[in-house]
Structures are given as C-alpha cells and as structure tokens.
Ligand binder design. Structure first.
Ligand SMILES: Nc1ncnc2c1ncn2[C@@H]1O[C@H](COP(=O)(O)OP(=O)(O)OP(=O)(O)O)[C@@H](O)[C@H]1O
Ligand SMILES: [Mg+2]
Length: 261
C-alpha cells in the first residue's frame, strides 16, 4: 500500500465548444493538460492559480464528478471510474467529501438543513446516532444545532457555505476536497473554520486538498502548494518555498499582485 491517498496519471480534460457556424469544425478547449499528481495521506495541499486555470476542473476529475478525456485517478489505490454508475462509486463517496465552488447550487431548497447535512450518513448507511452527528457537525462549523430544522434560504451566504462544509465532513471522510470553501466567510468566522479544518487534518488524519484564491488561507492550512496556470500545474513545493521563493513567472506575478498591508 502506498502513502498516497490520491494519484492521478496523465489526467486531462478538453471541452467541446459550440460551433459558431453550421459547417465549422467543432472546436475544443483544453481546461486541463495531461497532469500527474500525488497527494500523501494526511497532508494538506493548496491549489492556487488565476481564474480559469483549471482548478475546479481538476478537483472535479479527482473526485469522479467528471470524466477525464485522458488519464486516470486512483483514490486509496482504487481506480475512480467516473463513468461507473453512482452505486459503484459508493466506496469513493464514503472516503471523500467535497465542498463545491457554488454551495447554493448544491443545497436543495426543499430539504431542511438537517436532511441536507445528514444525507451522506443515510445514503452511505453510516450507523450510529445520525441526528446527533448532524447537530454536532453544525455546531462544529459555528452554526447552532437548531439550524437543522430550518431551510437553506433562511441563511446568509457565509452560513450556507458552512452548511455545505458540514455536509462534506459529516461522514468523516479520509479526503476532503474544498473548492473555495471559505470564500464567503468574514474574517472571524474564517478563522474559526480554519481551526476546524486544521483540527481535522492534525487530529483525525484527514487529507485536505484545498482550492483557494486566498493565499493567506493556503499559507495557514497547507504544507504544500500547487500553482496552476492555463490548465497546467506549473509549480509545486512546500507552501513556504512556493510563496517565499517562487520559480515560475506566473507565481511571481501572482505574489506581486497581492497588496501589502
Ligand atoms: N463545462 C464546461 N464547458 C466548457 N468549458 C469549460 C467547462 N468547465 C470549465 N470550462 C473551461 O475550462 C477552463 C478552466 O475552468 P475551471 O472552472 O477549472 O477554472 P478555475 O481555475 O476553477 O477558475 P476560477 O478560479 O474562476 O474558479 C476555463 O477556461 C473554463 O471556461
Ligand atoms: Mg473554480
């Protein structure tokens, strides 16, 4: 057994673009060029890079939410076949949690927050006191246990983002992939959620893969950082090295663009 919880080989994704004219050849755009990636069990890896650089595309492919054009992904040594029917990816759902970039889209407005957050427990057949676990995790992300009885529209953007996070961690996944999971939070709540995530990595051995525009978040939480631009990982190293001694021109520009306080 390897130390890597996640392994991608030659992973790429091209999208077809709509034809501009009837007889035009179909054009494609490459969101992700063939990419290799390993993530060690128990590590926290940040993915940074400009808008449109392929971060969300990569995150979705890694969790089997999208089918690669080429290449393969293994989670804990098992092949992720995104074309397999949902039931066959049960093991993957059990091991992983994801916070999507658009948390509103992923919260069913007709379901109570308790049902939304608890859904993975029921869907995956996790045993134990599931209602108590839902309440516990709501409190953990800084909401009240009573939030379980309310509906998504009754919450602010930052609160909904925490509902999405609660749902992603309720079944104690071994690997959490967060796509901008803290972007709607104010500084105090963000600090609290950073502490929750840090605790999951440090105390529970969870592996974290975090996409973020916020270099402060990556610096705070991640021991390794990846920099993406134009569908490629152009730099990878310890967060400290990447942020303090960037090699790639893009990373240098990215860092230079941060206003200094
Ligand atoms: N379903 C799709 N169809 C066509 N093109 C797509 C699709 N999804 C993504 N793309 C394209 O792939 C590229 C990468 O998109 P992606 O969402 O991965 O970027 P990102 O790094 O997550 O950006 P952001 O920081 O803005 O979230 C973009 O050029 C985007 O337009
Ligand atoms: Mg994105």
């Amino acid at each position: 057994m390897t130390d890597d919880i996640l392994q991608a080989r030659g992973l790429s994704r091209a999208f077809r673009l709509p034809r501009r004219a009837l007889f035009e050849r179909r054009r494609t755009t490459t969101a992700l060029h063939p990419t290799d990636l390993e993530v060690r069990r128990g590590s926290a890896v940040g993915i940074i890079g400009e808008s449109g650089s392929g971060k969300s595309t990569l995150a979705r492919l890694l969790l089997g939410l999208d089918t690669p054009t080429t290449g393969s992904v293994e989670v804990a040594g098992r092949d992720v076949d995104a074309s397999a029917r949902a039931r066959r990816l049960h093991w993957l759902r059990r091991m992983t949690g994801i916070v999507l970039q658009d948390p509103y889209g992923s919260l069913d407005p007709r379901m109570s927050v308790g049902r939304i957050v608890g859904e993975p427990l029921w869907a995956l057949g996790v045993t134990g006191d599931r209602r108590a676990r839902v309440r516990e995790v709501l409190v953990q992300v800084g909401l009240s246990a009573e939030a379980a009885d309310r509906f998504p529209h009754e919450f602010s953007g930052g609160q909904r983002q925490r509902i999405a996070l609660a749902r992603a961690i309720v079944h104690r996944p071994a690997l959490l992939v967060g796509d901008e999971p803290l972007s709607a939070l104010d500084v105090t709540v963000r600090a609290q959620i950073l502490e929750v995530l840090r605790g999951l990595v440090r105390d529970d051995g969870m592996t974290l893969l975090l996409v973020s525009h916020d270099l402060g978040v990556v610096q705070n939480l991640c021991d390794e950082a990846l920099v993406m631009t134009e569908g490629r990982i152009v730099e990878r190293g310890s967060t400290r090295d990447v942020l303090q001694h960037p090699h790639h021109a893009y990373t240098k520009r990215l860092l230079a663009a941060i206003p200094t306080l």
